[in-house]
Design a protein around this ligand. Structure first.
Ligand SMILES: Cc1ncc(COP(=O)(O)O)c(C=O)c1O
Length: 394
């Protein structure tokens, strides 16, 4: 019997302790965490620098509110702006909230230009969160069912399709922004083509629209750069962040640049908790740790390539594998059939924590600090259950 709302179908395991890429359940069984709390604990569990930063801050001051100056928020804003090439930061508490802020900002940008029906281009198979505007922007019809009406002011195009987005810009004079994930995570671990990203950047420039990159899942080192857009050699107008920014302490952020940095004025947007000293001390500790250990981020590319090659080798005679793809430590293995049961199989048989997204794609998001031995364990265990599954579900 539980008093919790059934918004999740939870696995029957309770974790009580973590260290690095390991988690221990309440029976003392150890698991290898290859999902990192869904791309949150990029530095692993109980990282000493993060633990120390939040303990020290908690003993000093947890919260005051955005009515006052907040030194740690200023410092984190400066650190993010300097690392990204953006101009300004707004802090909130989650990825959804960061995207809500971006959507509001795009609409206000449009209204200031005299556009009364500001419209944002979003992608098929996208995921941007669960609140109403973020849900409207999301391209997964299943999770929208029963929550209509959705908001006006969005138009959807296929991902990685230059012709479709060019046509929308041509046909619709109300476009004020494009919102796009550099790698679609929930949508099946699908990276954006570099040429397509650069094409969007160009279209946005030509049409005075904001290029808004949702880095909630890809940000903070996961793809082998601090921000995934840095692979593509351009600067967006708006970047949204959350997840790994606090390594488990809830924090979200929106970074803005140029004209986008001048849109919001006092009273346009706000939050009680956003950017409080506790959350920002975690964010600062994350960025400091990544700066002190550049091998964590550069290692994500090498480790991701190693994982993809090892899976391709281990599964090369399996007929049910459709694709092995990803970027850095976002790795997807797509099967030719739905496979949600693999999550429990991996947990029960090999004590591996993995995820299945889009119904048919195994998604691996291990922490950046995963060792070679742990990677070998992951490849062996996941390959084994894929074989088992494909044999018994032929
Ligand atoms: C790309 C992307 N955007 C937004 C979100 C929503 O973030 P949150 O769950 O922190 O609200 C997610 C969560 O998975 C995400 O992957």
């Amino acid at each position: 019997m539980t008093n919790l709302m059934p918004t999740y179908t939870r696995l029957p395991v309770t974790f009580v302790k973590g260290e690095g890429a390991w988690l221990w359940d309440s029976n003392g069984t150890r698991y290898l965490d290859a999902i990192s709390g869904i791309a949150v604990c990029n530095l692993g569990h109980a990282h000493p620098a993060i633990t120390q930063a939040i303990c020290t801050q908690a003993a000093q001051l947890v919260h005051t509110s955005n009515l006052y100056q907040i030194e740690k928020q200023e410092q984190l804003g400066t650190a993010l702006v300097e690392a990204s090439g953006m101009d300004k930061a707004f802090f909130c508490n989650s990825g959804t909230e960061a995207n809500e802020a971006a959507i509001k900002l795009a609409r206000l940008h449009g209204h200031k230009k005299g556009i009364s029906l500001p419209t944002i281009i979003v992608m098929e198979n996208s995921f941007h969160g669960r609140t109403m505007a973020a849900l409207t922007a999301t391209g997964n019809e299943k999770i929208k069912e029963g929550f209509g009406p959705m908001l006006d002011g969005f138009v959807r195009v296929p991902y990685n399709d230059s012709i479709a987005i060019t046509q929308v810009f041509k046909d619709n004079p109300n476009i004020v922004a494009v919102l796009v994930e550099p790698v679609q995570g929930e949508g099946g671990v699908v990276p954006a083509d570099q040429a397509w990203c650069q094409h969007i950047r160009q279209l946005c420039r030509e049409h005075d629209a904001l290029m808004m990159i949702d880095e909630v899942q890809t940000g903070i080192g996961r793809t082998g750069k601090l921000f995934a857009f840095q692979h593509h050699h351009f600067l967006p107008d708006v970047v949204t962040l959350a997840k790994a920014l606090g390594n488990g302490v809830p924090i979200g952020a929106m970074l803005t640049r140029g004209e986008a940095a001048k849109v919001f004025a006092p009273g346009n947007h706000g939050t009680t908790f956003g950017g409080n000293p506790l959350a920002c001390s975690a964010g600062l500790a994350v960025l400091d740790t990544l700066a002190a250990h550049p091998e964590y981020i550069s290692g994500a590319t090498n480790m991701g390539n190693k994982l993809k090659a090892a899976f391709a080798h281990a599964l090369n005679d399996c007929t049910g594998i459709k694709a092995i793809r990803g970027m850095g430590l976002m790795v997807g293995i797509q099967l030719d059939r739905p496979c949600p049961e693999l999550v429990k199989m991996a947990m029960d048989k090999h004590q591996l924590l993995i995820n299945v997204t889009r119904g048919d794609t195994i998604r691996l998001l291990p922490p950046l600090i995963m060792t070679d031995d742990q990677a070998d364990m992951l490849v062996a265990g996941v390959s084994d259950i894929i074989r088992d599954f494909l044999n018994t579900n032929a």
